[in-house]
Design a protein around this ligand. Structure first.
Ligand code: NAD
Ligand code: LMR
Length: 329
């Protein structure tokens, strides 16, 4: 081991994404093969025993990079000294629950977690919110961590990005590695806009290579945007391994940088770029380097794309207004 362990806090550690995530973090896939990690698992008291079971299995893997596993049932201790926080645990939507009720219930989780991050996380802390509604949960946590730079709070749209890459590659009969510069704009919800107009396939424009606006509008966009529901319908449970994989990709690229000639999608606090209101946590195309991300600037947005981006951003501003009214931000 060449450096001190990095503290990685995972909330909802005993859930299905947690189970798909922890072994990959411990094996070095999150931060790289030179970086030892200490896992700090947060669960609700009723699920602590299950998290302890997972910790036994982590021990049995004898991962050389795993420097320890600690389990907590309170946010304050779980985020003490955290360098990377993966906020996975969230309140799922129950039958008959309105969006406002869901946001309020999640406020009860993400407000104290934001406060705990503010109180005790390391100076270089990076936060990824996976738990839905991810963008607005990230906004709530951020609002309660005034001493942490705002840009450290991000939300996961990488699963949508990866889904879009897979669908486009299948359509064009190429490998996913041949697809570059895809963008997810907006919310991690059915209003998101997967944009192929700036994407490239083998160096050529992907929208031109597809050449089929009907496929784009009637198949690709709805399939990607509603893929979460398609998975739930088929599995009887929401995506877990693919969500964990996307969380690994998001943090790995944030820490280690994006490849030359490509970009990724991250839900990040808007700086007003592309007329997305400043402050909301919306998905953008970003490049990363040295642990920092930058929005890709100068992309031409045509009328079709503008309408799609605006629709998703409208949903995000409505969610922000709801949590404002609830006093959560
Ligand atoms: P799950 O129900 O299997 O697990 C959630 C876990 O969180 C449970 O173990 C629960 O005990 C725990 N939890 C609840 N409240 C907590 C709290 N206050 N502190 C710590 N832990 C808490 O759910 P899952 O399948 O692992 O999914 C987790 C979340 O991720 C859901 O909100 C889901 O909708 C979301 N998700 C997001 C994406 C994305 O792309 N952003 C993709 C898939 C799933
Ligand atoms: C997904 O995109 O797979 C999830 O966000 C779906 C969900 O509602 O958990």
């Amino acid at each position: 081991m060449t450096q001190a362990p990095v503290n990685v806090t995972v909330t909802g550690a005993a859930g299905q994404i947690g189970y798909a995530l922890l072994f990959r973090i411990a094996s070095g896939q999150l931060l790289g093969q030179d970086t030892p990690v200490k896992l700090r698992l947060l669960e609700i008291p009723q699920a602590v025993t299950a998290a302890e079971g997972t910790a036994l299995e982590l021990e049995d893997c004898a991962f050389p990079l795993l420097a320890g596993v600690d389990i907590f049932d309170n946010a304050k201790d779980a985020f003490d000294g955290t360098n990377v926080g993966l906020l996975v645990g969230a309140r799922p939507r129950a039958k008959g629950m309105e969006r406002g009720d869901l946001l309020e219930a999640n406020g009860g989780i993400f407000k104290p977690q934001g406060e705990a991050i503010n109180a005790g996380a390391a100076d270089d802390v990076k936060i990824l919110v996976v738990g839905n509604p991810a963008n607005t949960n990230a906004l709530i946590a951020q609002a309660h961590a005034p001493d942490v730079p705002k840009e450290r709070f991000t939300a996961m749209t990488r699963l949508d990005h990866n889904r879009a890459a897979a669908q486009l590659a299948t359509k064009l009969g190429v490998g996913v590695a041949d697809i570059k510069k895809l963008t997810i704009w907006g919310n991690h919800s059915a209003t998101q806009y997967p944009d192929i107009f700036h994407a490239e396939v083998d160096g050529k424009n992907a929208a031109q290579a597809v050449g089929d606006q009907t496929w784009l509008e009637d198949e690709f966009i709805p399939r990607v945007a509603k893929r979460g529901a398609e998975i739930i319908e088929a599995r009887g449970a929401s995506s877990a391994a693919s969500a964990a994989n996307a969380a690994i990709d998001h943090v790995h690229d944030w820490v280690n940088g994006t490849s030359e000639g490509d970009w990724v999608s991250m839900g990040i606090p808007s700086d007003g770029s592309y007329d997305v209101p400043e402050g909301i946590i919306s998905s953008f195309p970003v490049t990363t380097s040295g642990g920092k991300y930058e929005i890709v600037q100068g992309l031409e947005i045509d009328e079709f794309s503008r309408g799609k981006i605006d629709a998703s951003v409208k949903e995000l501003t409505e969610e922000r207004d709801t949590v404002r009214q609830l006093g959560l931000v």
